[in-house]
Design a protein around this ligand. Structure first.
Ligand SMILES: NC(=O)c1ccc[n+]([C@@H]2O[C@H](COP(=O)([O-])OP(=O)(O)OC[C@H]3O[C@@H](n4cnc5c(N)ncnc54)[C@H](O)[C@@H]3O)[C@@H](O)[C@H]2O)c1
Ligand SMILES: O=C(O)CC[C@@H](O)C(=O)O
Length: 527
């Protein structure tokens, strides 16, 4: 099998390329490409490793016909159109912890630089002014630090600030009281935070809720003389209002590492008093860049080579140890999903995936993803485990996952049921010898069949002579039968035949099959 190919399209620590090669990938390092250049080459790659410069737009994703995974060496993925990537079946991963300490340290450095006006003092001292009288700082000891967002970075900032003897309060709707107690911080609402904090640091992603979270109104009503640090994302603060508040003195100082528009080369805040900034350097330390480069390469190679999934934003995690155990179940799940998708008629609004026995002990999300991928193939050729849940949601399919501790006739079983206009229809399968997927039940009839290649599904009256008739008809057309699988509800009632064929039966054969005496339903299947 040829090696997966990875493109590193941003400046990244060389350890990333080394890890990709060591883990069996071919790698090209081409930072600084224009969007058009990237569009021209992206079709050759299975993996794309980026930092924040590469913008992964729908245009790029449309050209990325072989892409399986995008890895962000860092946290924020606002430069990737994640829903579009999901729709295309591309896994998007980030490295959520590799640069947290570094970014938290940058926020603390910015806070100290603001408190003592170090950048201005430095510039003017070097200019020969010796401006000792012009600078009067403030202590941070015993001051209140308000965190907006107390996740990975916010909580590290909290512990560093506590080391500086600050009182830390936080606004984070997702922070539990227990976690706040563990961090030694007080959980407050946003207005309380802004009315009490001497310093505010922001540590949230940019979302519809957090955009302009420091709005004009909030800035104007905050504690007079507040100082603000943003090392999270531009867009969290109304920059025009911040400039006005710095000019009026309502805000005593602001330090930004991030801007609404980046690169920020001509921002009105540059002229505001007591304003300092850095060019999105939050994650720029040797240690953090080595961490995120190693981590992103390990995660991406793991996915491309072994199927392991870590830190994906659009797919459940699957460890490299779990992947080989789950692989045969995912193959079974996909075949069962495909079977019901091919056999069920009309618009289907409900699907349930049940796991019994050993299957119930496994990570259910990848199994559900695989069932849906097989099932959704009736709607789309490009569906896979990543985009199937999104496509299912888009189509209003109600998906339920059920696990049973009980063990039935099989020590491991997956059952897929769809709700049709004539009631529920189920198929079920197991693994033979831990690896080989087998269908064991179809619409209430026990059968044993391997679902593979071209197959013919026939429902017929269980009467003598039928098997001979269908065999003769297929033979007459030169079609060889590979396996012959038979099941019946009860003797003389309804029987099901699943034949594996060496080639796809054409329309003429299907018409003839439909006319055979005793046939109720006939359908060509492909797996
Ligand atoms: N400047 C840089 O170079 C740099 C480096 C690393 C990370 N970042 C950015 O820092 C931010 C925080 O990173 P993190 O690792 O701490 O993320 P995280 O996911 O661990 O924490 C984010 C926190 O924000 C909280 N939050 C979400 N919505 C909120 C809301 N409406 N109000 C208040 N809190 C809310 C969440 O509950 C969570 O606790 C991210 O945007 C990331 O992209 C910037
Ligand atoms: O890669 C960078 O330099 C920035 C990283 C940072 O914005 C992040 O979200 O991780």
């Amino acid at each position: 099998m040829s090696k997966p190919k990875v493109l590193i399209s941003d400046k990244m620590d060389p350890n990333a390329a080394r890890i990709f090669e060591e883990r069996g990938c071919e790698v090209d390092v081409k930072p600084g490409m224009t969007p058009d250049e990237l569009k021209g080459v992206i079709g050759d790659y299975h993996g794309l490793a980026i930092r924040s410069s590469t913008k992964v737009t729908p245009d790029i994703l449309d050209a990325a016909t072989n892409l399986k995974v995008i890895g962000r060496a860092g946290i924020g993925v606002d430069n990737v159109d994640v829903p579009y990537a999901s729709g295309k079946g591309v896994v998007v991963m980030n490295t959520p912890f590799g640069n947290s300490i570094t970014t938290a340290e940058h926020a603390i450095a910015m806070m100290m630089a603001l408190a003592r006006q170090i950048p201005d003092a430095n510039t003017r001292t070097k200019a020969g002014e010796w401006p000792k009288k012009d600078f009067m700082g403030v202590e941070v000891t015993a001051k209140t630090l308000g965190l907006i967002g107390a996740g990975n970075i916010g909580s590290i900032v909290a512990s560093r600030a506590q080391g500086l003897r600050m009182k830390v309060i936080a606004y984070d709707p997702f922070l539990t009281e227990d976690r706040a107690i563990e961090l030694g911080i007080e959980k407050v609402d946003l207005d309380t935070l802004l009315s009490r904090a001497d310093f505010v640091t922001l540590h949230t992603p940019l979302t519809d809720e957090t955009r302009n979270i420091l709005s004009r109104e909030r800035l104007e009503n905050a504690k007079p003389g507040i100082r603000i640090v943003n090392c999270a994302r531009g867009g969290l603060i109304d920059e025009v209002a911040l400039k006005d508040c710095l000019e009026s003195g309502q805000v005593a100082g602001a330090a930004l590492d991030v801007f609404a528009e980046e690169p920020a080369t001509d921002n009105p805040l540059f002229d505001a008093p007591n304003f300092i900034c850095t060019p999105h350097l939050g994650a720029s330390t040797t240690e953090a860049q080595v961490n995120v480069a190693l981590q992103v390469a390990e995660q991406m190679a793991d996915y491309l080579v072994n199927g392991g999934v870590t830190n994906a934003l659009n797919m459940p995690s699957l460890s490299a140890e779990e992947a080989p155990k789950l692989r045969p179940y995912m193959a079974l799940a996909e075949k069962l999903g495909s079977l019901v998708g091919q056999l069920a008629h009309g618009s289907l609004t409900k699907i349930s995936i049940e796991r019994e026995g050993a299957a119930a002990e496994l990570n259910g999300k990848p199994i559900t993803g695989a069932v849906l991928a097989g099932f959704m193939r009736r709607y789309s050729d490009t569906v896979n485990m990543v985009n199937a849940p999104y496509l299912a949601k888009e189509r209003g399919l109600d998906v339920s996952e059920i696990r049973h501790d009980r063990e039935g006739a099989f020590n491991t079983l997956i059952r897929v049921t769809v709700e049709t206009s004539s009631g529920p229809r189920s198929v079920a399968g197991t693994l033979f010898g831990t690896q080989s997927p087998r269908l064991v039940e179809i619409f209430g009839i026990g059968i044993e069949a391997e679902l593979d290649g071209d197959m013919l599904y026939v429902v017929n009256d269980d009467k003598p002579g039928f098997i001979g008739r269908i065999g003769t008809m297929l033979g007459g057309h030169g079609i060889n039968i590979g396996t012959f699988n038979l099941g019946r509800r009860d003797a003389g009632g309804e029987a099901v035949l699943l034949l594996s064929l060496d080639e796809h039966p054409g329309a003429e054969i299907m018409t003839e099959a439909e006319k055979l005496e005793g046939v109720k339903t006939v359908k060509a299947l492909r797996f």
